[in-house]
Design a protein around this ligand. Structure first.
Ligand code: PGA
Length: 247
């Protein structure tokens, strides 16, 4: 089955570096049947789209605002992304939630606007370390999904991608074991059904995914792909992860 290999560059790689990365990674990705996605910073989106050309790499934004235009200093809109040929967008990454204070209500508005515009949202959910230790993981994920998917119709939800990223595993070098991640992700599907969403939508794992653990994670039944931060910044390591089947 095709998997999704997605790189979230966060606040790294300006336009020049984005172009250089893509030119270098294109030949390295040859032969991978998986779907490749890259999320550069907003200013690098035009350079990234141009550098991709007709290669099988999709470009997504890391964030977007829900209003189509107006007095929202510092924000970018969905029509702006569409104009660039950007079809994917991360929503609710834990850094947006934690550092920039984006709450469930705002994320729901973003999710609805992105879906309505025909773009594919990659909706990020995940528990903090303390929540996991207190046995509240599923309660937290359930709240995030319920609030995020409020008023999203079942049919629309079929275009959604979910990224499960335990916050304690992001950028820490601590990965959930493949079995741990699979167990939690397996429990997300019934949650989606109970919310009237399409339970077969792709669910990605994120949090210190790297070439050494990509294969073990991707061989799990409920892991449909990876959302990769640090290890997506170098073309070689990103490409190695896209070739996980050969490792
Ligand atoms: P990481 O980041 O791979 O550096 O842990 C993942 C993410 O935040 O999407």
């Amino acid at each position: 089955m095709t998997k999704i290999i997605a790189g979230n560059w966060k606040m790294n790689h300006g336009p020049r570096a984005a172009k250089a990365f893509i030119e270098k990674v294109k030949p390295l990705l040859g032969g991978s049947d998986d779907q490749i996605l890259l999320f550069p910073p907003a200013v690098s989106l035009p350079a990234a789209v141009e550098a991709v050309g007709d290669a099988a790499i999709s470009i997504g934004a890391q964030n977007v605002y829900f209003a189509p235009n107006g007095a929202f200093t510092g924000e970018i809109s969905i029509p702006m992304l569409r104009e660039l040929g950007v079809h994917y967008c991360l929503i609710g990454h834990s850094e947006r939630r934690r550092i920039f204070g984006e709450d469930d209500g705002l994320l729901n508005q973003k999710l609805q606007a992105v879906l309505a515009a025909g773009l594919v949202p990659v909706f990020c959910i995940g528990e903090q370390l303390q929540e996991r230790e207190e046995g509240r993981t599923m309660a937290v994920l359930s709240r995030q999904l319920q609030a995020g998917l409020r008023d999203v119709k079942g049919v629309e939800s079929g275009r959604l991608i979910i990224a499960y990223e335990p916050v304690w595993a992001i950028g820490t070098g601590k990965t959930a074991t493949a079995a741990e991640a699979d167990e939690t992700m397996g429990a997300i599907r019934p949650l989606l059904s109970s919310l009237g969403a399409d339970a077969s939508l792709p669910i990605l794992y994120g949090g210190s995914a790297k070439p050494e653990n990509a294969g073990a994670l991707l061989r799990q039944r409920h892991i449909d792909g990876l959302l990769i931060g640090n290890a997506s910044l170098e073309p070689e390591s990103f490409a190695e992860m896209a070739h996980w089947r050969e490792a």
